[in-house]
Design a protein around this ligand. Structure first.
Ligand SMILES: NC(=O)c1ccc[n+]([C@@H]2O[C@H](COP(=O)([O-])OP(=O)(O)OC[C@H]3O[C@@H](n4cnc5c(N)ncnc54)[C@H](O)[C@@H]3O)[C@@H](O)[C@H]2O)c1
Ligand SMILES: CC(C)(O)[C@@H](O)C(=O)O
Ligand SMILES: [Mg+2]
Ligand SMILES: [Mg+2]
Length: 348
């Protein structure tokens, strides 16, 4: 493991140089990796592992859209694509990539097939950490590991296909074989990770739930809506409000932040913009700190997990979720976005 200094703090990181694919293939050479669930992470991880040369099968509910997708992606019924029960039976590493609520419903099915010596793999610390709510308590004679790609399964696959890798967290919860650590790292390399950052199940789930509800998704959408609304209410056109809130953010400024940091993005804007941003940044921080602390409290207390489980286990929930996404898609803001995106591609 390499020790890398992050802003003055030393952390250990596993790199692809020190743990190459050949080593990962060797560690997992006798394993059948059963990817259970073929939603967003399932396809990314299963296809990357298959292309990397691992022995992978997929388990998915038949007669579901995800089953059809698995067939389209080249998995073959009876050879590499099975029912959840049969894949879990055949797998020596059971990669539980069902939705977090689905993992609760299917736990008795998975548990029954977790014979001694097998490995239980997750991409989230959810089920294990919130065990009072999920009842996911693995038997003592199996390894329990986690590799959580830090991004969408879609990005995991896209980056892999283009020769890159998405960074992932990894963790060991239970080491029955004495080899859980190297299995976790090998799985991390196998699914197409770039760098692998060690964590534990609780830290992974607390940070992940906070991040996606906060800056990555919830806060992002909320602050965009707020600024768009202010600009519209003050008489600006939809296109002006959108361009000044979203288009410039995604097309010009955030790529600069990704490339070389916030100060670099600032330095490439006018002195007028920099002065204003530095002056207002503190007010935004002050306004959002209490909200982010509330959010973390809600994650830590298990309230966010309870809500996820309650909503995710409600029959017909996917339809309700789709209705909420439709409302977002059809709002003036995002309809304006659709038109702006068309202009973007036309100008290429
Ligand atoms: N979506 C991502 O990109 C992402 C990123 C990092 C980690 N994760 C984690 O990976 C895991 C999988 O997430 P996902 O977003 O791919 O899941 P998902 O919501 O896309 O669902 C995955 C599959 O679960 C199946 N499923 C759900 N409930 C079921 C039930 N009751 N019975 C049978 N099948 C059921 C669905 O058919 C679907 O194919 C989760 O633990 C998630 O937190 C996801
Ligand atoms: C892709 C995310 C947001 O990082 C992941 O955590 C998820 O739950 O989908
Ligand atoms: Mg998440
Ligand atoms: Mg995440």
């Amino acid at each position: 493991m390499a020790t890398i200094n992050f802003g003055g703090v030393d952390e250990t990181v596993v790199t692809r140089e020190e743990f190459p694919l050949s080593k990962a293939l060797d560690v997992l050479k006798d394993e059948v990796i059963a990817v259970i669930g073929y939603g967003v992470q399932g396809p990314g991880q299963a296809l990357n592992m298959k292309d990397n040369g691992f022995n992978v099968i997929v388990g998915q509910r038949k007669d579901s859209p995800s089953w059809e997708k698995a067939l389209e992606d080249g998995w073959v019924e009876g050879e590499t694509l099975f029912s959840i029960e049969e894949a879990a039976e055949r797998g020596t590493i059971i990669a539980n990539l069902l939705s977090d609520a689905g993992q609760i419903a299917l736990w008795p099915t998975i548990k029954e097939r977790l014979k001694p010596g097998k490995t239980l793999y997750f991409s989230h610390g959810f089920g294990i950490t919130f065990k009072e709510q999920t009842s996911i308590v693995p038997p003592k004679d199996v390894d329990v590991i986690l590799v959580a790609p830090k991004g969408s399964g879609t990005s995991l696959r896209r980056l892999f296909v283009s020769g890159g890798g998405l960074n992932s967290s990894f963790a060991v919860f239970q080491d029955a074989s004495g080899k859980a650590y190297e299995k976790a790292v090998a799985m991390g390399i196998g699914v197409g990770s770039g760098y692998l950052f060690e964590t534990d199940f609780k830290k992974e789930v607390y940070s992940d739930l906070t991040g996606e509800r906060g800056v990555l998704m919830g806060a992002l959408a909320g602050i965009i809506e707020a600024q768009y609304q202010v600009l519209r209410e003050r008489g600006h056109s939809p296109s002006e409000a959108f361009n000044e809130t979203v288009e410039e953010l995604t097309q010009s400024l955030v790529p600069l932040v990704g490339e070389n940091g916030m100060d670099w993005m600032y330095a490439n804007c006018s002195v007028t913009a920099q002065r204003g941003a530095l002056d207002w940044k503190g007010k935004f921080k002050e306004a959002t700190l209490p909200v982010l602390n509330d959010l973390y409290d809600s994650v830590e207390s298990g309230k966010e997990a309870a809500r996820t489980i309650q909503r995710g286990s409600t029959p017909g929930y996917r339809k309700e979720l789709e209705a909420e996404l439709k409302e977002l898609r059809e709002s003036e803001l995002w309809q304006t976005g659709a038109t702006v995106r068309k202009l973007r591609s036309r100008s290429k």
